[in-house]
Design a protein around this ligand. Structure first.
Ligand code: BJW
Ligand code: ZN
Length: 242
């Protein structure tokens, strides 16, 4: 199915769920994880994005996240983020599920956002679990909790950690009631996000994908559009035929 068909389905949708991954922020300059130049090509995830890595060397892990905060802070949303914010304003019911921690969807004006893997701009206490936004840069090498003085950690979901049940339930609630789901810029390698599009299909929704290259799910979804999300999403906004 084509872009035109997706456009038709989009403007008839009553509840649209969009799932985004690192690809949507690539055109803003945020590195992806697995493609060319991806973070996990340069760094080992087991050294930086697991609870074991943080227990072993919290300073190294904080160095990695401080570096990413500095890299991402000056970046702006791209036309893909802005198009999704505009679609939200025009569709009766819209839920944006993102695996990204960069905060660019909010910057673009999206409001109903479920952040599956947390947020780069939030910190959480390892003892009392107090979670707060902290935009200061750089954070101390080993930042500590204002309430109890214990070590803070990034408020993100690492490999081997459970996603917050409240967040996961909100995502699956949206998926179970949507009539259209669009999966954008994710390689479909990390669970449980990877199977969310399939879940939507099982629940009777139409599932579409927008990605630079084919993914393991491209043949399973009803519509697969290859290309840059920053170029394709704005085209969905113009209602006339292309
Ligand atoms: C463009 C583009 C452009 C480029 N336009 N497109 C079931 C089966 C097997 C394993 C598991 C399972 N359940 C759980 C697991 C273990 C694990 C997992 O999935 N491992 C797999 C790798 C095998 N999952 C977990 O541990 C999760 N926890 C969990 O499920 O708890 C329960 C449990 C625990 C233990 C055992 C079993 C169950 C937690 C996962 C947390 C992931 N965390 C990270 C880091 C977050 C913080 C941080 O950023 O530092 O999240 S890893 C990283 O991958 C990050 C991302 O959100 C995530 C997904 O990456 P994404 O977005 O898909 O990016 P890429 O780079 O992979 O792809 C980019 C795509 O964009 C590409 O396709 C490009 O083509 C495309 N693209 N430019 C459009 N312009
Ligand atoms: Zn604390």
């Amino acid at each position: 199915m084509s872009l035109q068909e997706l456009k038709e389905k989009l403007w008839k949708a009553k509840h649209l769920v969009v799932l985004t991954g690192a690809g949507i922020s690539a055109e803003s300059g945020v590195p992806t994880f697995r493609g060319e130049g991806g973070l996990w090509k340069q760094f080992r995830a087991v050294d930086l994005a697991t609870p074991e890595a943080f227990a072993r060397d919290p300073e190294l892990v904080w160095e990695f996240y401080n570096w990413r905060r500095e890299l991402i802070a000056p970046l702006s949303p791209n036309p893909g983020h802005f198009a999704l914010a505009e679609i939200e304003r025009r569709i009766p019911h819209f839920t944006l599920i993102t695996q990204n921690i960069d905060g660019l969807h909010k910057k673009a004006g999206s409001t109903n956002i479920i952040e599956l893997h947390g947020n780069l701009w939030k910190v959480r206490c390892t003892r009392c679990e107090t979670t707060s936004e902290d935009l200061s840069m750089p954070l101390p090498k080993l930042p500590s909790c204002r309430s109890c003085g214990s070590l803070l950690r990034p408020h993100v979901v690492w490999f081997g950690e459970m996603l917050e049940p409240k967040v996961l339930n909100a995502a699956f609630d949206a998926i179970s009631s949507c009539d259209l789901m669009i999966v954008i810029g994710t390689s479909g390698t990390v669970q449980p996000a990877a199977s969310m599009g399939i879940q939507a299909k099982r629940n009777g929704a139409l599932a579409a994908e927008i990605n630079l290259e084919p993914t393991p799910y491209s043949d399973v979804y009803d519509i697969s559009i290859l290309g840059k999300s920053g170029e394709i999403l704005p085209k969905l906004l113009c209602r006339k035929e292309e």
